[in-house]
Design a protein around this ligand. Structure first.
Ligand SMILES: [Zn+2]
Length: 300
């Protein structure tokens, strides 16, 4: 297994770069508190190897939210190191019962096997519940948990010292370029969360996907612009009247997205629906049933 080294963000604060970044905080007893656990067992093995290369034995995990790439390594790390994991209360349910994710993406029915895959479901893991945002001491480290829902139903960014682990509240600029339609479940909250991130007093920001940055304004503005771009594309796709499937297809064609699996279809469909709900809340579009077909119309 190739070795990836921890990168220092500040004294005793590190991260392991990857498709999803994992935060590593050195605890007073020389251990490591992990922020997220990677996507799967292989990723978790790399995390453990990188920590042990610095003589930092994992002591606990804080999961920022319940997307499989952020908690999929829990089970291996918890078994191997006998450590607890913590997650926001709503997200804890999904980490414990991962079938909930493909289920909610698929109208609540038992999802087909094509949706029961590692991208949408991590290995189940028992976690302790983080009931509220705010200050929380774990492994003798005082963390500030900041509520940044919108991308997921509930999500906590973690501030420690001068570093903000922003998780998926904001994405790095190349990630935004590559994925013009970002996954979200609540667009209004997503925008609010970005403004919260902008105001955090810290020197360094690490997104869940992308490079660390000291320029909070740049990354927040880029993320807000990407949401605006997607929002406008969804609005423009509501040629009167249109079904969700038609709107989704038009948005994908606008951004030259080609959906190659049912998993990518339901993820993009959810993101488009989140935009439609937000547009309806602003009285820009309305949904109605027309001859037994649910359609969306632009309000003029
Ligand atoms: Zn996520």
């Amino acid at each position: 297994m190739s070795q990836i080294d921890l990168i220092e963000l500040a004294p005793k604060i590190f991260y392991l770069p990857g498709a999803v970044n994992v935060g590593v905080l050195e605890t007073p007893d020389g251990g490591a508190l992990l922020i997220d656990s990677g996507s799967d067992k292989d990723h978790a093995k790399k995390i453990l190897k990188a920590c042990r290369a610095k003589n930092l034995e994992p002591r606990a995990i804080v999961n920022t939210h319940s997307h499989a790439d952020h908690y999929g390594g829990n089970a291996f790390l918890q078994e191997t190191c006998a450590i607890p994991a913590y997650a926001p209360i709503f997200e804890e349910a999904i980490i414990k019962y991962p079938i909930l994710e493909p289920m909610y993406l698929y109208n609540g029915v038992r999802p087909p096997k094509t949706l029961q895959n590692k991208w949408l479901m991590g290995t189940p893991s028992g976690t302790k519940i983080l009931n509220e945002p705010g200050f929380k001491t774990i492994c003798d480290l005082e963390l500030e948990l900041i509520d940044v829902g919108g991308h997921a139903a509930q999500m906590f960014a973690v501030k420690y010292g001068n570093v903000l682990f922003a998780t998926d509240a904001v994405f790095g600029l190349p990630t935004l370029e590559k994925h013009p339609l970002q996954f979200a479940v609540d667009i209004a909250r997503q925008r609010e969360s970005i403004e919260v991130i902008r105001e955090v007093e810290a020197q360094m920001l690490l997104p869940g996907h992308g490079e660390p940055t000291t320029d909070f304004s740049e990354i927040c503005n880029a993320n807000l612009s990407a949401i605006e771009r997607a929002n406008r594309a969804v609005f423009a796709a509501c040629q009167n009247p249109s079904t969700l499937a038609q709107i989704l297809a038009r948005v994908c064609s606008t951004f030259q997205i080609s959906m190659i699996s049912v998993s990518s279809y339901v993820l993009n469909q959810t993101a488009v629906l989140a935009h439609l709900v937000e547009l309806e809340e602003r009285d820009l579009v309305r949904q109605e049933i027309l001859e037994n077909v649910l359609v969306w119309k632009i309000l003029s």
